[in-house]
Structures are given as C-alpha cells and as structure tokens.
Design a protein around this ligand. Structure first.
Ligand code: UD1
Ligand code: PEP
Length: 445
C-alpha cells in the first residue's frame, strides 16, 4: 500500500480524486495491453454505418470518451449497447440532428459524426468538438473534404452544420497534411454511395488501417493505390461484422517509458514493435533493450540511457502522442536532447509539471511552423540524476501519463490531480502499473 509521506508534498488536503504514487522502485512483471482508444472510437462510429448489427470486441469500455461517444451516437439515432465485454452497434438512416454541446465539446471524436451523418445522407449540427487541449486543433480539412465530396456544409462560431445532401459521382481529394480524423470522415462519407473517391495524402496510422479493415469486413471497398493514396468505391450498403479492435500502442509506449525510467523490465503481451518502429528505433539507440517476442514485447533497462533527439511527424514518423513518454526517458538519460513537436503547437504544458519533480526541461520557440500553421516549440531536455515526488497535475491524456510515469521513477510520494484527463485514455492505469509492482493507488473523494 502506498504510504502518504514526502517532504516535497503540499500540506493542502485534495478534494478531488487523485493518484497517490510512492516512486523510486524498478518495475517488473508481465501485463497485457487493452484495446486502443484511438482505434476503438472511430471503429464504434464505423460500426454504426450499417443497419445490421456489428459486434466489436476489445473496446476499452472503461474509458469515459467511449461512454460519451456511445451517448452521442444513441442520441442521434444509432443503437449502441454494451453486452458483457462486447459492443453491439447498429446505425440507422435517422443518424443526425443536433448533438449535445457539452458532450460533443469534451471529445475530439464527435467530429466523426459528420462523416456518419453524411453516410446516412442526414443533416447534423455539431457544436465545436473538444479533446485534449494541446494546441490549435483545426477542422478545415474535414469541412473542405466533405464539401469537395458534394455535401453541403456551413461553419459558424457555434459549430459545423452538415445539410442533407448527395455526394458527387467522382471526387479526387488531396489533403495538405495526412489528417487522422479527416481521413476517417472521408471514408465514412464515401463508403456507401454510387461514387468513386480517390484520397491522396491519407493518414496511414495503424489505427486508421484497423478501421479500414473493419469497414472492408462490413462490405466496403477501400483499397490503397499507393502507400498514401486510397480509392473508395461506394457500395450499396454495409452489412454485419464481428471485429476485434487492435491493442493500444500508446499504452505499450507508456509501459516502455516507465520501465526505462524506473530501470526495470517487463513483458507486454498483445503488443508488437512493428507498429512502433520509429519510436523503438530511438529507444534502442538510447540504450533500452526492446525485443519482439511471441505475441509481445520484452523491454529491459540494462545500461544508463543516452540522450537522443526526436522530431514528431505523421505516421510512420515518431508519434506526437508518444512524445511526452519519450521526454520522461530523456529526463532520466545522460546528456541533453531536443524534442521538436511539429504536429500540435501546445503539447508541452506537461513539461512544467515534470520540472516540479526535479527535471530540467526548457520549452522554447522552435522557429518553425507546425502542420496546423501555428508556431512550433522545441523542448530541450537536460538529463538529471534524481527526481523527488511532489504534487502534480495531469494536463492532458499523454502529458498526464508522462507525469504519472515520471512520478513512478521519482523518489518519495507524488499526488496527481485532474485525473479526468488521464482517464480519457487510460481506463486501467493503476491496474497496469500495480501488475508491474508499482506502489500506486487512486484516492477517491
Ligand atoms: C482521437 C484520436 O485518435 N486523436 C488523435 C488524432 O487527432 P486528430 O484527428 O485531431 O489529428 P489530425 O491528424 O486531424 O490533426 C493533426 C494536426 O493537423 C491539424 N489539422 C487537422 C485537421 C484539419 O482539418 N486541419 C488541421 O490543420 C491539427 O490542428 C493538428 O495540428 O491525431 C492526433 C495527432 O496524431 C493525436 O494527437 C490524437 O490522439
Ligand atoms: C490527443 C489525444 O486524444 P484526443 O484526440 O481524443 O484528444 C490522445 O489520444 O493522445
């Protein structure tokens, strides 16, 4: 059991749920990955593109983003039900209406209901979507792609309005940047029609590939023309399917980071390095032992880590969602490294939390523009020898995970608040790390 003592802790009583961590111990053991949030959320929307039942397995049902998305879909005419550990989904031609602003405003994936409503030729008012506060999260490419497909769309300060309309017969779209959500919206809007759509510079993240596999299992016709161009040939309707969502590669990275930072070892089941190639190459270069094993990854700290520079990029580049976890490895490495974030301009607020533990990270103007046109930042990470537990805030999903992982490596007690953010992406954070021997518990109030 975690003991609540540390010289660095504040004396204030905390009146919200928090994570209590007694850090400074090497982690070891074996854990199994849950389903991936960033595949499961679009897969749930995709499953509502048929009026026959689609059964999804391995959905991380404990995530609050999943509950919010199910509510939004059911409010707009779908029928999504949790049955045991399965999710049974059915869409309908009524999918549309006006989405609840509070719910839509809490998750980024509410944007995907635009593609679903276009699919059903319905009209939809989507109040502005939410998600992590990690920079300017634009949706101009979603709007222009749907318009290019022939759907009537208007944008106001309050949200996005898709009007009941029909797609054109042939469209060629080229994204200026391979947007994850934009690619999914084009797929959802195009799979059921008389149309043929070519999409160039499409996102090819493993999570997008997972959703394409689901759609093809449902009868869609989506094929790759080249490594980043897709052709979607519309079909009359999609049908029933039974699909297992892929495992969460970002949680795999979170465990790898924790093992490296605490100088431990772990076996991660339901995992593969094949969808983490850029990240694993960097961490091997830094000195971590990472091996592909039967149905899993084995990771071990066996020598002091060395600083390695990283620049985030669209897949197959180093994933922006994983950069906060890389920072934790680098603050525990010898030497200084630079981390250049090119996707999201506001993704470094967690660094100020890490500095409270004794890290030495400077966040500076990087002198470049991110893919969304905003000024980009670079974090300069100077490795340190010791970290000490303290009171910390989970700034966003992955920043929150980074802070918690760093607290596992820091000597003494840490308390982490604003858990809502962390729990948007990690339903079983304490269970995963308890299985690896961590002294961690959630304190509820
Ligand atoms: C639920 C989910 O899976 N979310 C992921 C998805 O978010 P999301 O779907 O928001 O990611 P995108 O790939 O669309 O966005 C990445 C960048 O492109 C910009 N952009 C995007 C769309 C657009 O129309 N115009 C535009 O400029 C965004 O502002 C951002 O700077 O990818 C992000 C970047 O890999 C991840 O951090 C999120 O975890
Ligand atoms: C940024 C993330 O999610 P979202 O797009 O849902 O905010 C994430 O998963 O790290």
């Amino acid at each position: 059991m975690v003991q609540a003592h540390s010289r660095a802790l504040g004396t204030k009583r905390i009146s919200e749920p928090y994570l209590l961590i007694e850090g400074g111990y090497p982690l070891s053991g074996e854990v199994s990955l849950p389903g991936a949030k960033n595949s499961a959320l679009p897969a749930i929307v995709a499953a509502c593109l048929s009026d026959e039942e689609v059964v999804l397995h391995n959905v991380p049902l404990e995530l609050n983003d999943v509950a919010k998305l199910i509510k939004l879909l059911n409010d707009s005419g779908a029928n999504v039900e949790i049955k045991g550990d399965e999710l049974h989904c059915k869409g309908s031609a009524w999918m549309g209406g006006t989405l609840n602003a509070e719910l839509a405003g809490k998750i980024r994936h509410s944007l995907l209901l635009l593609g679903a409503a276009a699919h059903w030729r319905s009209s939809l008012f989507l109040p502005l979507p939410g998600g992590c506060n990690i920079g300017s999260r634009k949706h101009d490419m979603h709007v222009s792609a749907l318009q290019e497909l022939g759907f009537a769309m208007e944008e106001s300060e309050l949200g996005l309005h898709l009007r009941e309309s029909q797609p054109k017969e042939r469209t060629v779209i080229t994204f200026p940047y391979p947007t994850f959500g934009g690619t999914l919206n084009v797929l959802f809007a195009s799979v059921r029609s008389n149309a043929v759509v070519e999409l160039h510079n499409a996102a090819r993240n493993p999570e997008v590939l997972d959703v394409i596999k689901l759609l093809n299992d449902m009868g869609a016709s989506i094929e790759w023309l080249s490594s980043n161009s897709l052709q979607i040939t519309g079909v009359e309707r999609l049908h029933r399917a039974d699909f297992t969502v892929m495992s969460d590669r970002i949680i795999a990275s979170t465990i790898i980071s924790a093992v490296g930072a605490t100088k431990g070892s772990a076996t991660i089941r339901n995992a593969t390095t094949r969808i983490l190639e850029s990240e694993v190459a960097v961490w091997r270069q830094a000195g971590l032992k990472i091996e592909e094993i039967d149905n899993g990854i084995y990771v071990e700290w066996n020598r002091p880590l060395e600083a390695v520079n990283v620049t985030t990029a669209a897949y197959p580049g180093f994933h922006t969602d994983i950069q906060p976890l890389h920072t934790v490895l680098m603050m525990n490495a010898s030497g200084t490294s630079e981390l250049k974030e090119t996707i999201l301009d506001g993704r470094f607020s967690y660094c100020y939390e890490l500095n409270k533990l004794g890290a030495n990270i400077e966040v500076k103007d990087g002198g470049f523009l991110c893919v969304n046109g905003a000024a980009g930042q670079t974090a300069v990470i100077h490795g340190v020898d010791e970290l000490y537990g303290t009171d910390l805030v989970a700034t966003d999903i992955r920043g929150g995970a980074a802070v918690a992982v760093a607290a596992l490596a820091a000597v003494g007690t840490s308390r982490i608040t604003n858990l809502y953010q962390l729990e948007r992406g990690y339903g079983n954070f304490t269970e995963i790390f308890t299985a690896l021997g961590a002294q961690i518990m959630k304190v509820n109030h």
